[in-house]
Ligand binder design. Sequence first.
Ligand SMILES: NC(=O)c1ccc[n+]([C@@H]2O[C@H](COP(=O)([O-])OP(=O)(O)OC[C@H]3O[C@@H](n4cnc5c(N)ncnc54)[C@H](O)[C@@H]3O)[C@@H](O)[C@H]2O)c1
Ligand SMILES: *[C@@H]1O[C@H](CO)[C@@H](O)[C@H](O)[C@H]1NC(C)=O
Length: 343
Amino acid sequence: MAAQNQPSALRSIIDIVGFLLLAVAHIIYAIIKAAIPNSYKQHKSIKNEIVLITGGGGGLGKLLSLRLAKLGAIIVVWDVNESGLKETVHAVEEQGGRAYSYKCDITNREDVYKTAERVAREVGEITILINNAGVVSGYLLLDTPDHLIQRTFDVNAISHFWTTKAFLPYMIQKNHGHIITVASMAGHTGTKKLVDYCSSKFAAVGFDEALRVELEALGISGVKTTLVCPYFIESTGMFGDVQSRFVGVLKSVDVADRIVKGILLEEIYVFMPSIFRYTFWTKWIFPWAIVSMYLRNIVPDAAPRPTQATQRKVSTCKVERIKANILNSANDAHSISVNERKL
Ligand SMILES: NC(=O)c1ccc[n+]([C@@H]2O[C@H](COP(=O)([O-])OP(=O)(O)OC[C@H]3O[C@@H](n4cnc5c(N)ncnc54)[C@H](O)[C@@H]3O)[C@@H](O)[C@H]2O)c1
Ligand SMILES: *[C@@H]1O[C@H](CO)[C@@H](O)[C@H](O)[C@H]1NC(C)=O
């Protein structure tokens, strides 16, 4: 019975040939597009568009607010940090722009939906959503308290569902909108001390890709998505003194400029440094030992904020204690339960 619904062999051949021809056309188009200097490309106007930036009370979110406001967009910033929100609004207004701030904890679904309704009533409909807020724990997995793992996923991944569900309906209705996912290079490669962070960013990368395919399958051509994947950025609130070898940490102003360009050109991917876009896939091909050597050397220690250094001393780290116990045989290794929860 199912066979009756299956396309015929001829139909499949036509589909495959059609796919190959279109693929070649798209490759040629992409090559031509890549050869055109950016200054000749069509930049979309965001004048009077209402942009929502989560985590707009600090770091990258604030820099994006200032740049997008300069281009005529009306800025709405959400954050849990009220003084940060005030600073962003003040800075935008100082340069002659319009900005509104709302205290909203994006890990709280009800808070997201309620605040979204308030924004629609008080400012207007959001047509550009930048899911930018993010957090990092920065401990070895067994040293990471459960609630920080939960928070990492709630902020970096799950919140995208609530904000997108709040604002996508209007964008679809108008067939006009843009959803930007600020993920990370950590959404493509794993790193020590960032097990929760990397996996939450992998989730964000998947969110962007699946959403984009879904919108395209539904024929909603006017709602765009952009995936942003920067390497470590200096001088935001996130990673304080991260150690990076061979690849320099990025300047937050450069990252903000690059994201704005990606938005205006409706780029699908914004990788920084851009070369990484062409290197990720090699991890599926080279022996894992090489990939691991590379990952362990390029980021010797990704733990953020030097002020927490005392909490991260190797001697107090649970994995080290377990290992030491096994080596000394002094204690039963299980006297330190792997399941012990830190709160
Ligand atoms: N800093 C880096 O090295 C780096 C590298 C790659 C990607 N990123 C990503 O860029 C984005 C911006 O990072 P940043 O460097 O500006 O960090 P940041 O810490 O300076 O800013 C993040 C903002 O998000 C806010 N926030 C946190 N939890 C929230 C919640 N529950 N609800 C609402 N707001 C909340 C914070 O208060 C803060 O203002 C993040 O998604 C981050 O993961 C950062
Ligand atoms: C809140 O934002 C202010 C202003 O940017 C900043 O000084 C402060 O460190 C932030 N607080 C937290 C908890 O991130």
